[in-house]
Write a protein that binds this ligand. Structure first.
Ligand code: AMP
Length: 286
């Protein structure tokens, strides 16, 4: 297996060039790995790329800040854009092709379609960001059709997104294997996120409290404690620490993301909370 087919990293901005590269890979019988991102890359993204390299012969990474998954009041305009640094990082981990489509390429004026997922998309992020999963599913579907990957790697950091992607890939028979990767964290436990760049120094210190509270709930559940009490305590502690509002801290079925009860075999604990002007999400297995 070639370590890297295109070195240095190839930057591709238009669809015909991408299709030419993809058909070149396919003609050589190479297995294509794919990591879709919104850029401002960090170690979490790079872990996905490294893993994709172990599962494929060539790795394509997309950087596209997808307007369809942002509501008008959200942070689309101020989302960090760091193309040259991203390219350097990708080259350092041996990615082969960086795909950088423009908004006009992805959504020309005549664009009229949407991929809508029910089931795991309905609550949690779906409640607080009603446009979000239609935007994610639509862009991921387009990117899959453009890149034609054999395997695509997503982070458990966005656990609900991972379940939504797995759901439409299964339901719509897409020929791609979707693989999830554990969340990469800072030394104090804060999940790496491009949005952490928004945090002030004080907020950055407070932010680590989110995973502390999630771990406390998980521990209480594992030792048979009162679940509602543990969830309420976590929300109260986050508010007291300076978070607010706390959108949700919830225990769910890890596969379907339906409400969990005492019989649910695999539990996932998911949370979203604001810290100043930054919305943080995190989740862990219980
Ligand atoms: P984003 O650029 O935030 O859209 O994320 C692109 C991909 O990287 C998604 O599959 C995310 O779940 C994943 N990702 C983001 N942060 C992390 C992290 N801290 N650890 C692992 N994967 C991550």
């Amino acid at each position: 297996m070639p370590a890297s087919v295109a070195s240095p990293l190839l930057r591709v901005r238009d669809l015909s060039a991408l299709r030419a590269a993809v058909s070149g890979f396919r003609h050589k019988g190479l297995r294509i790995g794919f990591v879709p991102t919104m850029g401002a890359l960090h170690e979490g993204h790079l872990a996905l790329v490294r893993h994709a390299k172990t599962l494929s012969d060539v790795v394509v990474v997309s950087v596209f800040v997808n307007p369809k998954q942002f509501a008008p009041h959200e942070d689309f305009d101020r989302y960090p854009r760091t193309e040259d640094k991203d390219a350097q990082l990708l080259e350092s981990v041996g990615a082969d092709l960086l795909y950088l489509p423009s908004v006009d390429l992805m959504y020309p004026a005549v664009f009229a379609s949407s991929v809508h997922v029910e089931g795991p998309a309905r609550e949690l992020e779906g409640t607080f960001r009603p446009q979000f999963f239609d935007g994610v599913a639509t862009v991921v579907m387009k990117l899959f059709n453009q890149v034609q990957p054999d395997v695509a790697v997503f982070g458990e950091k966005d656990y609900q997104q991972l379940q939504v992607v797995k759901t439409f890939v299964r339901d719509l028979d897409l020929p791609v294997n979707v693989v999830g990767m554990p969340t990469v964290r800072e030394a104090d436990g804060l999940a790496l996120s491009s949005r952490n760049a928004y945090l002030s120094t004080d907020e950055r210190q407070t932010a680590a409290r989110l995973i502390v509270e999630l771990n406390a709930v998980a521990e209480a559940v594992r030792s048979g404690g009162d679940r509602e009490k543990a969830l309420d305590a976590a929300k109260a502690n986050l508010l007291a620490a300076g978070f607010g509002p706390v959108d949700y801290v919830e225990l769910r079925d890890a596969d379907t993301l339906a409400m969990a009860d005492a019989q649910t075999p695999n539990l996932r604990l998911l949370a979203a909370a604001w810290l100043g002007k930054t919305r943080l999400i995190d989740n862990i297995a219980v």
